[in-house]
Design a protein around this ligand. Structure first.
Ligand code: SAH
Ligand code: SF4
Ligand code: F3S
Length: 503
C-alpha cells in the first residue's frame, strides 16, 4: 500500500469501474479464499453514489436485520448509510419494508440455522408482496455451500452479496429491483479498502471504528479468515481523522474494531506502525472512552501494554480470548501460544493495569477433548479469574481443518462440560462483582433498561452493566453511581454527585 494510491483518484472509483470488479467476480470458493496474495491493497477515497441512483428509494423503506459480531453491526451502519443516500427511509417493521437485508453470521451452526429460519419465515411475505426485495449478505454469503443452498431452495431471495463488496450495494440493489433474475455477487477474494462510505451510526454516544479488516490467523476451527479475507489495515491518518471527527460530534465512547486488532499495521509496508502507536495517538484525542476488540494473545506486545498503562481515555478492560486452557488443544486449534504463555501475558497485563477487568472467550468440546484437558480449562479460568467470559460449544465449520478431525466426544458430554464451565465463570463473576458493593462507579448512560423503562442502564469503564434510577436527561452522559446491590451479571445503584470512583 502506498500513499500514491490516495492521490491517484481519477480512475479508481470503485463504483464506476465495472471492469475493476469483473476480475474479482467468481463464484465463492473456500479454496480460493485460503490463498493469501501479496498484492497491494489500494485505498479508495472517492466513494460516491451516482445521482441517478439517489432517487431509487424515494417513498420506500428498508430494514436491515443484523446477526453476529460488532463487525457486522458496523457494516450494517454502512449499508444503512448507503440506503439513506439512495432515498430510502429506515423502518423497524417487517410489514412496512420494501427492502429487507439479512446481514448474516457464519461463526457457528446455530447462527446459520437462525438465518435459514428467517429466510423461511419471509417466504409468505414475498409471495404476498412480490415487489419486496429480500437480500442476504454478510459472512454466510461468503460460503459456497450457503449460496448454493439459497440458489437451490430459496428462490424467493432476490439478492446475495458478501462482505467484500458492500460498496457495490447501490448497483446491486438497482439490478435486483429492475431485473428479473436473482442477483448474486460475491467476491471470493477480498477487495480494496473503501473509505468515505456513508454511515448511519446507530447512536450519538458510542461509535464503532474499523481499524482493520480480515484475519490471517486461521485458527483451525474458525470460518472468519475465509469469510472476511486477509488482514488489511486502514491508514492511521484515516482512523485518527475519523476519531477526531467523532470527538467533535460529541461521541463519548469509541470501540476500535478488527478480528485481531493486535495485528494492526503489520501489512502497512511503508511505515512501522502498530496498535500501540495508534492507541498512543488516540489517547491524545478528547474523547472520554476508547475500547478495542478483539485481541489475539500472540500479537499483544509490550509496547501496547506500556501505552495502555497510561490510562486516561483507554478504559481498564481487556478482552483477550484464550479459547482453551490445555496446551495440546491450543496447538490443535493453531492458536500458537501455550497455556503458560497466556498465563504469563495475563500476569503482565494485570501488573501493568492493576484494576483492569479481564474477559475472554472459551470453546468446550473441541474434537476429542478429554476430561483432563477440559479440567485444564477450568483451572485456567480459576487462575486468571476472568471477570466474565463468552463460552461456546465447538461447532464444526465446513472447509476448516478442525472440521476434518474425527470427534469421539458425545454432545451430552459437551453440554455437561459447558454447564460446569458456566457455573464456574458465573461464580467468579459474582465474586468479582462483590468488590463493587457500596463503591461509586463512572457510568456512561446508554438508555432505559431493557427490563424496566423507569430505570436507566449504562456501563462502567470495565464494561460492567449498571442499572440505576436517574433522570432521562442523563442518557448519553457520563454520571456517577453508588452501587447498592450486586448481582451476577450486573450492578444496581443510585446516582450521586461525587467523583471518587472505582473502575
Ligand atoms: N477474532 C476473535 C473472535 C472472533 S469469533 C478472536 O480471535 O478472538 C468469536 C468467538 O467465537 C471466538 O473467540 C471463539 O471463541 C468462538 N468461535 C469461533 N469459531 C467457533 C466455532 N467453530 N465453534 C465454536 N465457537 C467458535
Ligand atoms: Fe477466528 Fe482465530 Fe481469526 Fe479470531 S484469530 S477470527 S478465532 S481465525
Ligand atoms: Fe460472525 Fe462474521 Fe462476525 S462469522 S462473528 S459476523 S466476522
Amino acid at each position: 500500500m502506498t500513499t500514491e494510491n490516495k492521490n491517484n483518484l481519477s480512475n479508481s472509483s470503485v463504483l464506476k469501474t465495472d471492469q475493476d470488479y469483473d476480475k474479482y467476480f467468481q463464484p465463492p470458493s473456500l479454496k480460493d479464499a485460503k490463498k493469501r496474495g501479496k498484492e497491494d491493497v489500494k485505498v479508495h477515497y472517492n466513494f460516491e453514489i451516482p445521482e441517478a441512483m439517489k432517487t431509487i428509494g424515494k417513498g420506500k423503506k428498508f430494514l436491515i436485520r443484523t446477526y453476529g459480531c460488532q463487525m457486522n453491526t458496523h457494516d450494517s451502519e454502512n449499508m444503512a448509510g448507503i440506503l439513506l443516500e439512495m432515498g430510502f427511509e429506515a423502518t423497524e417493521e417487517t410489514d412496512d419494508a420494501d427492502v429487507i437485508l439479512l446481514n448474516t453470521c457464519a461463526i457457528r451452526e446455530n447462527a446459520e440455522n437462525k438465518v435459514f429460519g428467517e429466510i423461511g419465515h419471509l417466504k409468505p411475505l414475498k409471495k404476498e408482496r412480490p415487489e419486496l426485495i429480500l437480500g442476504v449478505c454478510g459472512c454466510m454469503s461468503q460460503e459456497e455451500s450457503v449460496v448454493n443452498r439459497i440458489l437451490e431452495k430459496h428462490q424467493h431471495i432476490d439478492l446475495i452479496f458478501g462482505t467484500h463488496n458492500i460498496h457495490r450495494l447501490p448497483n446491486l440493489l438497482q439490478e435486483a429491483i429492475f431485473g428479473k433474475e436473482m442477483v448474486v455477487e460475491v467476491w471470493s477474494k477480498e477487495g480494496d479498502i473503501v473509505e468515505d462510505m456513508p454511515r448511519a451510526r446507530q447512536g450519538k454516544t458510542q461509535a464503532w471504528v474499523n481499524i482493520m479488516y480480515g484475519c490471517d490467523k486461521f485458527c483451525t476451527y474458525c470460518i472468519v479468515p475465509y469469510t472476511r479475507g486477509k488482514e488489511r489495515s486502514r491508514r492511521p491518518e484515516d482512523i485518527i481523522a475519523e476519531v477526531r471527527d467523532l470527538a467533535r460530534q460529541g461521541y463519548k465512547e469509541i470501540t476500535l474494531l478488527g478480528q485481531n486488532v493486535n495485528a494492526y499495521g503489520k501489512d502497512l509496508e511503508d511505515i512501522e506502525y502498530g496498535l500501540g502507536d495508534l492507541m498512543d495517538e488516540i489517547h491524545k484525542i478528547d474523547i472520554p472512552r476508547v475500547r478495542f476488540t478483539t485481541s489475539h494473545p500472540r500479537d499483544f506486545d509490550d509496547h501496547l501494554i506500556e501505552v495502555l498503562a497510561k490510562g486516561g481515555n483507554m478504559v481498564e478492560h481487556i478482552h483477550l480470548p484464550v479459547q482453551h486452557g490445555n496446551s495440546e488443544i491450543l496447538k490443535l486449534m493453531a492458536r500458537k501460544y501455550t497455556r503458560e504463555q497466556y498465563l504469563e501475558l495475563a500476569r503482565k497485563i494485570k501488573t501493568a493495569i492493576p484494576n483492569a477487568s479481564f474477559t475472554t472467550d472459551l470453546i468446550v468440546g473441541f474434537p476429542n477433548e478429554t476430561e483432563e484437558q477440559f479440567e485444564d480449562m477450568l483451572s485456567l479460568v480459576r487462575e486468571v479469574e476472568f471477570d466474565s467470559a463468552y463460552t461456546y460449544i465447538y461447532s464444526p465449520r465446513e472447509g476448516t481443518p478442525a472440521a476434518k478431525m474425527e470427534d469421539n466426544v458425545p454432545m451430552e458430554v459437551k453440554k455437561e462440560r459447558l454447564a460446569r464451565l458456566n457455573a464456574l465463570v458465573n461464580e467468579i463473576s459474582a465474586k468479582k462483582n462483590e468488590e463493587y458493593q457500596d463503591k461509586v462507579v463512572e457510568v456512561l448512560v446508554e438508555g432505559e433498561s431493557k427490563k424496566n423503562p423507569d430505570v436507566l442502564a449504562g456501563r462502567t469503564r470495565t464494561n460492567r452493566l449498571v442499572n440505576f434510577v436517574g433522570p432521562k436527561s442523563a442518557i448519553g452522559e457520563i454520571v456517577y453511581v453508588k452501587v447498592t446491590e450486586v448481582k451476577t451479571w450486573s450492578l444496581d445503584g443510585e446516582m450521586v454527585e461525587v467523583a471518587e470512583v472505582k473502575n
